[in-house]
Design a protein around this ligand. Structure first.
Ligand code: NAD
Length: 340
C-alpha cells in the first residue's frame, strides 16, 4: 500500500461532503474517487474535490488505486455495499447505521475478522470533549453507583426533509425513523457511557410526519451495570430541542445539552471554559454539525489501516447500537420486554 490511504466515497450527497472535507485535512488520507449514480451530482462532487467519478460501483471496486471506501449512501444500502467492498479487498468506513438488520451487521463483523480488513462505523458524537470527559468520570467512579441515565432527542425535521428524498422515513432504506436515523447517535452515546443494555421496553408512533416509520419513540432500558434508563427520540417536536442527557449516581450527577455540560455535580472540578461557546447541533437541520468529529474518526481509521490496529468504533462496536435499536422496535411492535 502507498503511504497514504487512498479513499473513494460512495454516494455523493449531504454527508459525503463532510467526509470529503474532513479527508482533505488528514495527512494520512488521499481522496481519489467517488461513485454517485445521479450524473449531475457525480459531476458536481468530483469537480468540487478534483477526484475521479467512477461510472459504476463495480468499476470503482476493481480499481487497484483504491485502498478503502467511505459509504455515504442511504442506510439500507450500507451493508451490501460494505460486504462487496470487503470481497474486493477494500477497507470500509460506513456511515451510521452500519446495517439495518442484525444479521447483516453480524456478516460485516465476521467478514472483517476473516479478512483482517478494517471497518469503521461513524458515531462521531461520542468523541466530543464533553462526552469524553463524562466517560472518564464514570470510569474513575466519580458518580458513585450510577443509578440512571436518560437521554432525550426531541428533534424536528421538516416535511421538506422527508419529501426531498425517496429513502428517508422508509423501512427499506432508512431502516426506521427518528430512532434509526437521528436517535442512533443518542443510543451510541448511552451505550458508550453506560455499557451493555440487558433489556428494553418501548412504544413508538407516527404522529405527524407523512412517513412509514416512527417519528416518536420512547424506551425504558436496563443496563448490565444495574442502572435503569430512558431514551426518547423524535423528529416532530418543533422547534427541536438539543439532545438532553442526564446521568445520575449516588455520589454525583451531570446534565448535558447536546455536547455541552450544563450541570456538573461531581466531586471533581470542571473547567467551564473548555466548552465551545456556540456548539453546533442538528436539532432541526441535519447539516448543522461540525466536521471535526468525523475527522477524528477518519484519522483514527487511517492509522488503523496503516499500523494494523483496530479502529475505535469498529464493526463490533457499531453493531451494538443496531442491536439495541432493533430490540426497541421489536418491543414497540409486540408490547413485550425484549432482551438485547
Ligand atoms: N453521521 C451523521 O451525523 C450523519 C448525518 C447525516 C446523514 N448520515 C448518514 O449518511 C447516509 C447518507 O445520508 P445523506 O443525508 O447524505 O443522504 P443523501 O440523500 O443526501 O445522499 C445519499 C446519496 O447516495 C446516492 N446513492 C443512492 N443510491 C446509491 C448507490 N446505489 N450507490 C451509490 N450512491 C447512491 C444518492 O444519489 C445520494 O446522492 C445515511 O445513512 C445517513 O444515516 C449521517
Amino acid at each position: 500500500m502507498s503511504k497514504k490511504v487512498r479513499f473513494a466515497i460512495i454516494g455523493g450527497g449531504m454527508i459525503a461532503d463532510f467526509h470529503a472535507r474532513a479527508m482533505a485535512e488528514i495527512s494520512d488520507i488521499e481522496l481519489v474517487g467517488v461513485y454517485e449514480p445521479a450524473a449531475k451530482q457525480a459531476e458536481k462532487f468530483s469537480e468540487k474535490f478534483s477526484i475521479q467519478a467512477f461510472e459504476s460501483y463495480d468499476k470503482l471496486l476493481e480499481s487497484e488505486n483504491i485502498d478503502a471506501v467511505s459509504i455515504c449512501t442511504p442506510s439500507g444500502l450500507h451493508a451490501s455495499q460494505a460486504i462487496l467492498a470487503m470481497q474486493h479487498g477494500k477497507h470500509v468506513v460506513m456511515e451510521k447505521p452500519m446495517a439495518i438488520t442484525s444479521e447483516d451487521a453480524r456478516m460485516i463483523v465476521d467478514l472483517s475478522r476473516q479478512t483482517g480488513l478494517k471497518v469503521c462505523v461513524i458515531s462521531q458524537f461520542r468523541f466530543s470533549p464533553a462526552i469524553q470527559r463524562v466517560k472518564q468520570e464514570i470510569e474513575k467512579g466519580s458518580f458513585g453507583k450510577v443509578v440512571t441515565a436518560s437521554l432525550a432527542m426531541n428533534y424536528y425535521r421538516t416535511e421538506e426533509y422527508y419529501n426531498s428524498s425517496d429513502w428517508k422515513g422508509t423501512w427499506a432504506m432508512d431502516g426506521g425513523g427518528a430512532l434509526m436515523n437521528q436517535g442512533i447517535h443518542g443510543v451510541d452515546i448511552l451505550q458508550y457511557l453506560m455499557g451493555r443494555v440487558s433489556w428494553v421496553m418501548a412504544s413508538m408512533d407516527t404522529m405527524t410526519r407523512p412517513i412509514e416509520t416512527e417519528d416518536m419513540v420512547v424506551a425504558i432500558m436496563k443496563f448490565q451495570n444495574g442502572a435503569l434508563g430512558t431514551l426518547q427520540a423524535s423528529t416532530t417536536c418543533w422547534p427541536g430541542y438539543q439532545r438532553r442527557t442526564e446521568i445520575c449516581g449516588d455520589k454525583g450527577s451531570i446534565v448535558l445539552e447536546e455536547d455541552r455540560i450544563l450541570k456538573w455535580d461531581l466531586p471533581t472540578a470542571y473547567e467551564e471554559s473548555n466548552q465551545a461557546e456556540k456548539a453546533l447541533h442538528a436539532t432541526s437541520d441535519p447539516k448543522n454539525i461540525s466536521m471535526e468529529n468525523h475527522k477524528v474518526q477518519l484519522e483514527d481509521m487511517a492509522r488503523a489501516i496503516l499500523l494494523d490496529k483496530t479502529p475505535i468504533v469498529d464493526a463490533v462496536e457499531g453493531k451494538k447500537s443496531v442491536d439495541i435499536i432493533l430490540s426497541i422496535y421489536k418491543s414497540a411492535r409486540t408490547g413485550q420486554k425484549v432482551d438485547v
